[in-house]
Design a protein around this ligand. Sequence first.
Ligand code: GZL
Length: 307
Amino acid sequence: LAGCGGDDAGSGGGDDKLVMGFAQVGAESGWRTANTKSIQDSAAKAGIELKFFDAQGKQENQIKAIRNFITQRVDVIAFSPVVESGWGPVLKEAKDANIPVILTDRAVDTPDTTLYKTFIGSDFVLEGKKAGEWLVKEYEGKPDTVNIVELQGTPGAAPANDRKEGFGDVIKADPKFKVIASQTGQFTRTDGKEVMEAFLKAHPDIDVLYAHNDDMGLGAIEAIEAAGKKPGTDIKIITVDAVKDGMTALSQGKINFIVECSPLLGPQLMDLAKKVHAGETIETRVLTEETTFNQEQATAALPTRQY
Ligand code: GZL
């Protein structure tokens, strides 16, 4: 347990609060904001002392934060790896310091799975497949070429790699589907808008946009409207996340289909941290529950959405 005294000095006999060090990716999207809130609110509810660090999208910042958590001898380290690779050394340092690590949201490609206790997050390849399957159904029986542009997430991130892979795996079954441009929009509205502007200038004949998150899709909608085209009609749009602003655009018909990716990982994370700290064995992979939405389903779901 954490050292004595601290904020529970009044209770005497040392602080019995579990201390968690959390290194967050950054604050790039509506999803990330909701994810941070879920973690902070859940820690408070669980009586866990949270040392929260925002890495501003940089892996070296996350590695520094993890090293700090080790020095501070927190009880559990949790983080959402901004990219898949390069985590072996610092995870080894945590293991050597006998501090358990929990991965949330995004996975790492480190082959040694003893370096972390579990990974709680979505199956991003499946999310990409769901996006592809909607498109295949949407264009069933229509033989004409379908020109697709893709706004990818941040380079090297598991959701970017896997959503691209899953989508590509499904549409490669029919050569009419052509990805005529694919570029990162950094998971942000600003970059999504800028890249979509460039796509529209280079390609007058875009039929579909596949954006790896709602925020880039929302930025792209601004560019599509500025170009005098109707999002959701002239250019069909598929996104991933299902945050409130994305679901609102879907209910308005500006987006056609959204694959949900739940950011509400906080409660399960805190439960897992307590179990790990108590020395209980836990499942090494915790998959988050999520679904998909069309326009009608989004309209029905909006009033009760938590984020
Ligand atoms: C997915 C998460 C992604 C979201 C984006 O679990 O890592 O990062 O899809 C966020 O909105 O920026």
